[in-house]
Design a protein around this ligand. Structure first.
Ligand SMILES: Cc1cc2nc3c(=O)[nH]c(=O)nc-3n(C[C@H](O)[C@H](O)[C@H](O)COP(=O)(O)O)c2cc1C
Length: 366
């Protein structure tokens, strides 16, 4: 999850401790935040990056630590497109405050499929030429090669949340009339080309995952049926897992707890994202069934039994956690305890005494 703690894209000890703690806490997979494949593709000045070889050594240190804890190190590769060049969300008081970054404060020209800003007052992106598109594909491909050298075992391409690839496949942000727009096949073209090029350089024994937004949650936008068709094509290219998220292209959507929607005045119901635990699981299930590809569920999953039910009822193959793991890096160990699976855990030797009250727990010697 975006940490906004990098300078010139470099990982540092914050990332080592942040990601390393989740590995110590027992997560099966520990994935980095959105890691920019181009300097221009950062959301903010302080995003993590992998656009140059100099970024590799610290990332290698982090992935090695994660592996040594028995977790799989993953990296998310991203380009923010028209949602780039925003201020760092952490202001001096540590409060979140995203706003378009002025050029005088380090802001830069953003790219997009069409010159439509994300929101009123947002950065107006440059309409990408075929050459710009080629460069972006090349940047994703090179970033994947670097991720391999940096020891990661899973790459996730961020094609969700209104970032560049999603901007291309969504009719909300893409009104091009060339081969990269016009209709469904044109709009998904960039995502497919990135998948093909990355698959070529990413070793066949390593996992390739795509995060998509299964819907834009707004009339006239991308819908679940589109996602199913896209995922069938991604599967043919050799993508292994679809991480099923949603939203992020339109600034007009509002996320509201499902039970409060009825009570809320002045809400255009079709633009509402109805939040409840596991609110995206049905889409992961349908994509798994129809596109015959492994899927991961994400979104307001915090209860171990809920997570277990999703996987054991084969709604999705994996469950990914975001905020709950920010609150508690030891969630996986505690979840194993709740589900009577502690005997299958391997606790670091250094922490064994802290957990020995968990019956049958194994420990990892130092
Ligand atoms: C602080 C924060 C940072 C996030 N950063 C990323 C990110 O880098 N990449 C990404 O795909 N999603 C990111 N997300 C979305 C989460 O990965 C996740 O999909 C979302 O929070 C819903 O899952 P949850 O309810 O388990 O948190 C972020 C969310 C938050 C709150």
């Amino acid at each position: 999850m975006v940490q906004t703690s990098s300078y010139d894209g470099f990982a540092n000890n914050w990332h080592l401790v942040h990601l390393g703690s989740r590995a110590v806490g027992g997560a099966g997979l520990v994935m980095t935040e959105a890691t920019a494949v181009e300097k221009k593709g950062r959301i903010s000045l302080n995003d993590l990056g992998i656009w140059k070889d100099a970024h590799i050594p610290k990332l290698l240190e982090i992935s090695s630590f994660i592996k040594n804890q028995g977790s799989v190190p993953g990296i998310q590769l991203a380009h923010a497109g028209r949602k780039a060049s925003y201020s760092s969300p952490l202001d001096k008081q540590g409060l979140r405050a995203y706003a378009p970054l002025e050029k005088s404060k380090g802001g830069w020209e953003t790219l997009g499929p069409s010159p439509i800003p994300f929101e009123d007052g947002g950065n107006q992106p440059k309409l990408m030429t075929k050459n710009d598109i080629k460069k972006v594909i090349n940047s994703f491909t090179k970033a994947a090669s670097r991720a391999d050298k940096a020891g990661f075992e899973l790459v996730e391409i961020h094609a969700a949340h209104g970032y560049l690839l999603h901007q291309f496949y969504s009719p909300i942000s893409n009104i091009r009339t060339d081969a990269y727009g016009n209709d469904f096949n044109g709009r998904i073209q960039l995502t497919l080309e990135v998948a093909k090029c990355v698959r070529k350089v990413w070793p066949s024994n390593k996992v390739l995952c795509f995060r998509i937004s299964f819907t834009d949650w707004i009339d006239g936008g991308w819908v679940l049926e589109d996602s199913i068709e896209l995922c069938k094509k991604l599967k043919k290219i050799g993508v292994d897992i679809i991480d099923v998220s949603s939203g992020g292209t339109s600034s007009k959507t509002v996320a509201i707890a499902k039970e409060l929607i009825e009570d809320r005045d002045n809400v255009e119901i079709k633009s509402v994202i109805p939040l409840e635990p596991g609110y995206q699981v049905h889409a992961a299930e349908l994509i798994k069934q129809k596109a015959k590809i492994k899927t991961a569920s994400v979104g307001l999953i915090t209860d171990p039994q809920h997570a277990q039910n999703i996987v054991s009822s084969k709604k999705s193959d994996f469950v990914f956690l975001g905020r709950e793991l920010l609150r508690d890096p030891y969630w996986p160990i505690k979840a194993a305890q709740t589900l009577n699976q502690a005997k299958n855990l391997s606790i670091p030797g250094q922490y064994y005494l802290g957990w020995r009250d968990l019956l049958g727990v194994k420990y990892r010697g130092i």
